[in-house]
Structure formats: structure tokens, C-alpha cells
Design a protein around this ligand. Structure first.
Ligand code: ADP
Ligand code: MN
Ligand code: MN
Ligand code: MN
Length: 392
């Protein structure tokens, strides 16, 4: 008897119950490693809206350790809004691999970016540009760290109304829900927790989770991660979250302000530091970075997510989208510096502007570019320093 067939038959007939679900679960959970070297690789990429994720599977002849061992692949870009029908092929380049928490075994998730057949990055490929920034020797020597706080909102399917909210109505006002416990205050914990473990299993540098201020809204943090890894890990963590919510029959939204009115929006605070910021005297480097950021506020805002103007109102722990501001321990500022960083004279800054639907490749690369590679003119610098009451 062949290895594959006997193994399969044993799993299929030895089951006590004959329920379809049980047999299906057994197949889904089946460990294929005793029977074949082959693995399944799930190739994942960012689709045409710049926020949708797409993926498809293929068999690889044996387990792999590094994305360079994987073949390039292609897909129909005319079906994802990424290529015209008459020349529809988009090429996938494997860039980072993770263990697959859904299939287990040696199966993997593969973060890819997207190219034309001639090898040009397509317009929605934001990773390529980010990889360039993060391989610049000046940036490399500053070992940029990012800690990203991904907020998200869970919706009841069909009605598209937050989880735990009465359909056609509203829950009691915000206050009791943040970091809450109890069936009248916390909605969707199993999803948050399943996602946490799945991310750890996959090898994502997830650092924590919490329930958010708006009921049905959650957060997890990824980092600190170095350079391009921050973007790869956030995108794969979002993919895993889409898969888990799919299983749960719940809709994931990364809209920055899912419910208008007196309800918190959803952001993606990006905590950031360079080597010089983490060393003695780092607070001065942080202040200089804040000065640079103030001069490029509009550019950053334009790259920080669609619909962010509905969120950055100056209310609900945000700063107004029109004005750049910074402060120590102030959650109503564009940039917050922690008490700890002020006290130690070194540490990191928190950019509170990015929306939950931001592209982490864009945001991390722009932060590095503005604070490490870009220099304002002397006049602009003097003016900005005065305006922000910063001595640089
Ligand atoms: P908040 O108080 O704003 O809710 P969180 O605890 O949710 O902050 O997230 C802070 C994030 O900052 C974490 O992901 C953490 O790993 C990250 N972080 C900590 N130190 C640094 C640093 N020096 N540089 C960049 N990120 C950091
Ligand atoms: Mn947080
Ligand atoms: Mn939060
Ligand atoms: Mn924060």
C-alpha cells in the first residue's frame, strides 16, 4: 500500500462518529508530513484597492526555510483591479515566509509583492519602495524600530453593525468597554485570542492585545520590528485576522471611523525609534525628528490612510488633521512622547496619525525617509523650531 493512501484511509474510517463535520475536521487537521514531503504554500499579496488581501495556494516539493527557495508565480491582475484584461499577468515575488497556523505542519504563508512581467513593480506594490528605503546604508545604520498598534472593528455579518451592538440601535455610551471583561462589555474576545495565538505560531512579532474604547473594537500590537519586517508582519497579521473572522462569520473592517458620532475611530499608532534615539542624548534626536515631521505634515497625512479625515477630528484621543502638534504623554497630539522617554532622555516617539487602514510599508518607509534621509532648509528649520517651541 502507498504511504499516502493508507494514511488517508485510516483517518477517514477510524472515526467514531460519522458526522460530516467531524470527518471534515479530521481532513482539515490531517498531518500530511508522514506521507509526503510536499507542502502547501499560500501566496499572499495586496490587491488593487491597496488594502484588500488576496491569496492562492500551490504545492511545493519540499519544506523551505527561506523565500528565495520559492518560485515566482503569477495571477490574473484584471480580476484584482491591477492590470488590463489584454495584458493581465502580474508576477508574484515571494518576500517573507511564516508558518501557516491554519494548515499546520510544514505548510507556509508567503508574503509576496507584485511586478509586471518585465520586472517593474506595479503601482500598488508599496513594498518595493519601502525595501529601497530600508536598504539605504544611512537607514540601515540607524536600525529603525517600529511598534505598530493595529486597531480594528468587528461587524455582524449582513447588517454590518458592530459586534455586540443591538441591531438598529446603540449600546450605552463609551466608558466601560476599554480593556473590559464581561458579556455586556466585551464582544469578540475569542477572535482576538485566536488571532493572538495564530500570530505567535506563525512567527509574527505580536506583542500584545487589548479591547478598545468603542465596543466591538480591538487592538493588537506588533513589534518592535526592524525595517521592512514591520510591514511584512502587519500585512500577514491582517491576513490571519481576515481568515479567523471568515471562520467566525464576522466581518472585519479597518475603516478609520466605522460609526459616526461619539464613538472612537480606529487607528494604527506607529511607535518609532532609531539607534540614536535609543542611545543617551536620544531625546534631542527625537525633537529633531519631530521638527522634520512637522514640516512634512501634509505629505504624511496624505499617505496615512483613506478616510482619516473622518477620524482625526481633534476629539476621541486624536489631534486635528489640519494641525501638527506634539507633546509628552498627551494623547490629543499628532506625536506623543512617553513620560519614560522624557525621564530617561532617550527612547521613541508615537505617531498617532496613521489610520487603521494605512499601508505599513508606506508609513514606516516615510517615517524613516523624513527623519533619516530628508533635510529641511535652514530657514524652514528655524521657523518650525520657533513654532513648535523646540530648541534644536
Ligand atoms: P499605547 O500606550 O500607545 O497604547 P502600546 O503598548 O499599545 O502603546 O504599543 C506600544 C508599541 O511600541 C509596542 O508594540 C512596543 O513594542 C513598541 N515599542 C516599544 N519600544 C519601542 C521603541 N524603542 N521603538 C519603537 N517601538 C517601540
Ligand atoms: Mn495601544
Ligand atoms: Mn488603541
Ligand atoms: Mn498608542
Amino acid at each position: 500500500t502507498g504511504r499516502g493512501t493508507s494514511g488517508f484511509r485510516v483517518m477517514a474510517v477510524s472515526t467514531e462518529t460519522t458526522g460530516v463535520v467531524t470527518r471534515m475536521e479530521q481532513l482539515l487537521n490531517m498531518d500530511t508530513t508522514p506521507f509526503t514531503d510536499k507542502i502547501i504554500a499560500e501566496y499572499i499579496w495586496v490587491g488593487g484597492t491597496g488594502i484588500d488581501l488576496r491569496s492562492k495556494s500551490r504545492t511545493i516539493s519540499k519544506p523551505v526555510e527561506d523565500p528565495s527557495e520559492l518560485p515566482k508565480w503569477n495571477y490574473d491582475g484584471s480580476s484584482t483591479g491591477q492590470a488590463p484584461g489584454e495584458d493581465s499577468e502580474v508576477i508574484l515575488y515571494p518576500q517573507a515566509i511564516f508558518k501557516d497556523p491554519f494548515r499546520g505542519g510544514n505548510n507556509i504563508l508567503v508574503m509576496c509583492d507584485t511586478y509586471t512581467p518585465a520586472g517593474e513593480p506595479i503601482p500598488t506594490n508599496k513594498r518595493n519602495r519601502a525595501a529601497q528605503v530600508f536598504s539605504d546604508p544611512k537607514v540601515v545604520s540607524q536600525v529603525p524600530w517600529f511598534g505598530i498598534e493595529q486597531e480594528y472593528t468587528l461587524l455582524q455579518r449582513d447588517v454590518n453593525w458592530p459586534l455586540g451592538w443591538p441591531v438598529g440601535g446603540y449600546p450605552g455610551p463609551q466608558g466601560p468597554y476599554y480593556c473590559a471583561v464581561g458579556s455586556d462589555k466585551s464582544f469578540g474576545r475569542d477572535i482576538s485570542d485566536a488571532h493572538y495565538k495564530a500570530c505567535l505560531y506563525a512567527g509574527i512579532n505580536i506583542s500584545g492585545t487589548n479591547g478598545e474604547v468603542m465596543p466591538g473594537q480591538w487592538e493588537y500590537q506588533v513589534g518592535p520590528s526592524v525595517g521592512i519586517e514591520a510591514g511584512d508582519h502587519i500585512w500577514i497579521s491582517r491576513y490571519i485576522l481576515e481568515r479567523i473572522t471568515e471562520q467566525a462569520g464576522v466581518v472585519l473592517t479597518l475603516d478609520p471611523k466605522p460609526i459616526q458620532g461619539d464613538w472612537n475611530g480606529a487607528g494604527c499608532h506607529t511607535n518609532y525609534s532609531t539607534k540614536s534615539m535609543r542611545e543617551d542624548g536620544g531625546f534631542e534626536v527625537i525633537k529633531k525628528a519631530i521638527l522634520n515631521l512637522s514640516l512634512r505634515h501634509d505629505l504624511h497625512i496624505s499617505a496615512y490612510g483613506e478616510g482619516n479625515e473622518r477620524r482625526l477630528t481633534g476629539l476621541h484621543e486624536t489631534a486635528s488633521i489640519d494641525n501638527f502638534s506634539w507633546g509628552v504623554a498627551n494623547r490629543g497630539c499628532s506625536i506623543r512622547v512617553g513620560r519614560d522617554t522624557e525621564a530617561k532622555g532617550k527612547g521613541y516617539l508615537e505617531d498617532r496619525r496613521p489610520a487603521s487602514n494605512m499601508d505599513p510599508y508606506v508609513v514606516t518607509a516615510l517615517l524613516a525617509e523624513t527623519t533619516i534621509l530628508w533635510e529641511p532648509t535652514l530657514e524652514a528649520e528655524v521657523l518650525a523650531a520657533k513654532k513648535l517651541a523646540l530648541k534644536v
